[in-house]
Design a protein around this ligand. Structure first.
Ligand SMILES: [Zn+2]
Length: 209
């Protein structure tokens, strides 16, 4: 009897990649049949994910959801835009992890980066214990529904520039495709999660299939 093909992960949102850019990739299961269990079907889901990932404030998330509920068509376009960004990050970091060419992936990534960085500006920052100061700010973060993606693209650019890029891995589990920064002490982390992909692999090995 062949074991039933269990779903890779529960359909909940998990943050296990160690970087928001890779956590974005991990919001769908990249199976041999195509993407499944998409956690990003609605703008609501995407904005909640962004809050949980720490790339969007709760207040901005609330305002964006209000805009999305009033303007369904731009909301649908923003969902589509997020899916495209997710696929771009998956292709680019996947190519890096496998040591393949990054030419096409980088071109697509740099288009997203141009989009995002056009909204980046320096603004006065009052929250510095009374001292005058400045910080980065995303323009239109309360009004443009694509704003959930920009900080993730920025995080991806930082990861691309960092030494940790060498530790980006794709999970070994079947029909998973999730990615993470391997920060294990021995650098031998093979799975997104032991209790899903790691356990399934061990079960299969015990069965000898
Ligand atoms: Zn996995």
């Amino acid at each position: 009897m062949t074991p039933p093909s269990a779903p890779s992960h529960e359909a909940s949102i998990l943050y296990l990649a160690g970087d928001p850019a890779l956590d974005l990739v991990n919001t769908v299961d990249w199976t041999s049949r195509g993407p499944e269990q998409d956690r990003f079907r609605t703008y609501e889901g995407i904005s909640r994910w962004a809050e949980g990932a720490g790339v969007l404030s709760v207040a901005a998330g609330r305002r964006l959801r209000r805009v999305a509920s009033e303007r369904p068509r731009p909301a649908a376009a923003a969902v589509e835009y997020t899916h495209r960004a997710r696929e771009t990050l998956r292709d680019l970091f996947g190519a890096i992890a496998r040591g393949e060419s990054t030419a096409i992936g980088l071109r697509r990534f740099n288009q997203l980066l141009a989009d995002a960085s056009a909204r980046l500006e320096i603004a006065p920052d009052a929250g510095r214990g009374g001292r005058a100061g400045f910080d980065w700010r995303w323009r239109e973060q309360d009004t443009d529904l694509r704003a959930v993606v920009w900080p993730v693209i920025w995080a991806a650019a930082s990861l691309l520039r960092s030494d940790e890029l060498n530790n980006v891995r794709v999970c070994d589990g079947d029909d998973c495709g999730w990615m993470y920064v391997d920060r294990s002490r021995n650098g031998l982390r093979r799975w997104c999660q032991m209790r899903t992909c790691g356990t399934r692999e061990k079960t299969r090995r015990r069965r000898g299939s």
